[in-house]
Design a protein around this ligand. Structure first.
Ligand code: 6LW
Length: 520
C-alpha cells in the first residue's frame, strides 16, 4: 500500500522509533505543552494510535516557566532487556534526562538526570553490556563562522551506567558531520559488526538533511557514506520539505524503514503552519553495506509501504463530549497544568474553565487546553455556555502558534454587553477585526480551516453559523512566527488582568478533517 505521508500529521516533530516483536513505538517532541513526549503505537508502521505520553507528572516535566518552543526538545525511545527508555532534553529546566518503564501503556519512571550537555540525546545498548549516550555538543558562544579546522558544533558521546545515569567515561566529540551547519539528532546503531552513526545537518528548515557514517568502533573513526546526504528534499520541488532528524528501524519481516520529520509548505513564498510532522520512508542496503533511503534519497508522494499485516485502529471520534473523568489524549495544557486549569466534574458532560488574570498574550499560565491541528482542511466547532458578568471576562477558541501569533474567536462582556468577536494577534499588532452583540444563551463557535485561511463564525440556538471574519494562515505560520511548534486549536478562558468570577462551560468540541474528495 502507498505510504500516507505524513504518517503522523500535525506538530509531531523529531520522531524516534523502536520495535518489540510485532509492536512499534514512536515518540515526538512536545516543547512547552503538557503532558510531554506523546507516545504512539503501531503494528504495521502505517496506522498509528496515540497510547499516552512519557511525561505525565509535573515531577517529570516542571514547565513552570518557559519561552515559546522551550521545554522538551527531541526524544529517543529504545528497548533493552524488557525495559523501555525515553531520553530527552528539557532545555528550560535541567537539561538531559531519561525515564523508563516495563509497560509503555502505563506510567514512566521519575527522571534520571545525566550530566551531559547538548540536545538530541540518544541511547545505544551494545552487545557487551556497555551503554552509550550520544548528543550534540556546542561550544558556547557559537562563533560567527564555523572553523572547519576547529568545529564548535558536533556530536559527542559518553558511556553511562544506565541504572544511575552516571558517566563511566567522559563525554567526548566523536564526529562533526559532513560540513553542514548544526550537526545534531545523532543515533548510533550496530548492524553486523559495523557501527553506524546517523545524524541531521543543515538545520530544521529547508536545508535539513540526513547524513551517516560507519566505523568498526562506537567511537569512530567514521567513514562517511559515499552518497551522503542519504535523505534530503533540498533543491527539489516537492510537497515534503525539511526532511531530517531521522531514526532507523528493522521491521519484523526483516525490511528496513526510517522515520523522520518534514513539513508541507505551500503558496509562494512558501510557508507552513501545521509544524514539522512525522514521515516514513523505505530503506535498502547495498552490497557495500550502505543504506539507501526512499527514491535516491528523496521521499516521494507515492511510495510503497511495508508489507506487514495491516492493523487499522479505531479513528478517534469527531466530537469530544467531555463525558469522561479525564481529558482524552490529544488535549494539552500550555505549560504546567495549574490546579484550576479545568474541571470535568463541576458539570458532568462539560469542560469547565475559569479564567485567571493571565491573558492569552501572556502565554502560560493562561487557562488553555488545546489539541494540534493535524489537517490543512478541517472543521472545528464548540458549544460554549458562558455569560460573563464583568468587563474583561472572556472565553472562546484560539488558533494558536504562540503568545504573539494567534487568532481568537471569543465571547466577552464589553460595557455591560455580551459580545462575540474575532481578535487577531500578529507580532506587535493586535486588532479586534469583527464583533457583534449577542443575546444570552449557549453559543456555537465555528472555525473552518483551509490551507490559506481560517473562517470564523458563530451561531445561537443551532441556527446556521454566521461568518464573522477570516484570518490568513500565513501570519501565524512558522516562517512568520518562528519556533519549532505547530498550530494548536484550543479552548481558553481569561479575566484579562484579574481572576474571572464566571466559569466557561464547553459542552462539546468537534474536530474533523474535511476531505474535499469525500462524498459524505
Ligand atoms: C531538535 C533538533 C532541531 O532538538 O530542532 O533543528 C530541535 N533541529 O534536532 C527541536 O526540534
Amino acid at each position: 500500500m502507498k505510504i500516507p505521508n505524513p504518517i503522523i500529521p500535525g506538530f509531531y516533530p523529531d520522531p524516534s522509533i523502536c520495535r518489540v516483536g510485532h509492536d512499534y513505538f514512536l515518540v515526538a517532541s512536545s516543547f512547552e505543552y503538557f503532558p510531554g513526549v506523546p507516545l504512539f503505537h503501531s503494528r504495521d508502521l502505517i496506522y498509528w494510535r496515540q497510547i499516552g505520553h512519557c511525561l505525565t507528572r509535573p515531577s517529570q516535566l516542571p514547565l513552570v516557566t518557559f519561552t515559546p518552543s522551550g521545554g522538551i526538545f527531541a526524544p529517543t525511545i529504545r528497548y533493552h532487556n524488557g525495559v523501555f527508555y525515553m531520553v530527552t532534553t528539557n532545555v528550560t529546566d535541567g537539561g538531559n534526562f531519561y525515564v523508563h518503564t516495563r509497560d509503555p501503556f502505563g506510567e514512566w519512571s521519575e527522571p534520571i538526570w545525566v550530566d551531559q550537555s547538548g540536545i538530541d540525546p540518544s541511547l545505544y545498548f551494545d552487545d557487551d553490556g556497555r551503554v552509550y549516550l550520544t548528543s550534540t555538543f556546542i561550544h558556547e558562544p557559537l562563533p560567527e563562522e564555523i572553523d572547519p579546522a576547529n568545529p564548535s558544533w558536533g556530536i559527542q558521546q559518553s558511556e553511562i551506567d544506565i541504572a544511575t545515569g552516571l558517566h563511566l567515561s567522559r563525554p567526548r566529540p566523536i564526529w562533526f558531520g559532513t560540513g553542514g551547519k548544526y550537526p545534531e539528532a545523532p543515533h548510533l546503531y550496530k548492524i553486523g559488526d559495523t557501527y553506524y552513526l546517523m545524524i541531521a545537518e543543515g538545520g530544521t528548515e529547508y536545508n535539513h538533511r540526513v547524513t551517516l557514517a560507519r566505523s568498526a568502533s562506537p567511537w569512530g573513526p567514521w567513514e562517511p557514506c559515499p552518497h551522503n546526504p542519504i535523505l534530503s528534499q533540498g533543491g527539489l520541488h516537492s510537497p515534503f520539505q525539511g526532511l531530517g532528524h531521522a531514526d532507523l528501524v528493522k521491521a519484523h519481516d526483516g525490511s528496513w524503514w526510517l522515520v523522520c520529520l518534514g513539513f508541507r509548505p505551500y503558496s509562494y513564498p512558501p510557508y507552513y503552519h501545521l509544524g514539522r510532522e512525522t514521515f516514513l520512508a523505505p530503506v535498502t542496503w547495498d552490497d557495500q553495506g550502505w543504506p539507501h533511503v526512499g527514491d535516491h534519497g528523496r521521499i516521494r508522494l507515492a511510495m510503497a509501504g511495508p508489507h506487514l499485516p495491516t492493523v487499522v485502529w479505531e479513528r478517534p471520534p469527531i466530537r469530544d463530549d467531555f463525558d469522561q473523568p479525564e481529558l482524552s489524549l490529544p488535549w494539552n495544557f500550555l505549560g504546567h497544568p495549574w490546579a484550576d486549569d479545568g474541571s470535568l466534574t463541576d458539570r458532568p458532560g462539560a469542560l469547565r474553565l475559569l479564567g485567571n488574570a493571565s491573558r492569552l498574550d501572556d502565554g502560560a499560565p493562561v487557562i488553555f487546553i488545546g489539541r494540534r491541528q493535524q489537517h490543512l482542511d478541517a472543521q472545528v466547532a464548540a458549544l460554549l455556555d458562558f455569560e460573563p458578568d464583568a468587563d474583561g471576562e472572556e472565553a472562546g477558541l484560539t488558533v494558536w502558534m504562540n503568545p504573539r501569533h494567534h487568532y481568537d474567536l471569543l465571547v466577552m462582556q464589553q460595557a455591560g454587553q455580551r459580545r462575540v468577536a474575532v481578535r487577531q494577534r500578529i507580532g506587535p499588532l493586535t486588532a479586534v477585526v469583527a464583533s457583534e452583540d449577542i443575546a444570552p444563551g449557549p453559543v456555537t463557535l465555528t472555525i473552518r480551516a483551509e490551507r490559506e485561511k481560517y473562517t470564523f463564525g458563530f451561531s445561537l440556538d443551532s441556527a446556521e453559523p454566521h461568518t464573522l471574519a477570516t484570518g490568513d494562515t500565513r501570519y501565524i505560520s512558522t516562517e512568520v512566527a518562528g519556533g519549532f511548534t505547530g498550530v494548536y486549536l484550543a479552548m481558553y478562558a481569561t479575566g484579562n488582568g484579574q481572576a474571572s468570577r464566571t466559569p466557561a462551560f464547553f459542552e462539546w468540541f468537534d474536530y474533523g478533517e474535511v476531505d474535499e474528495q469525500s462524498t459524505t
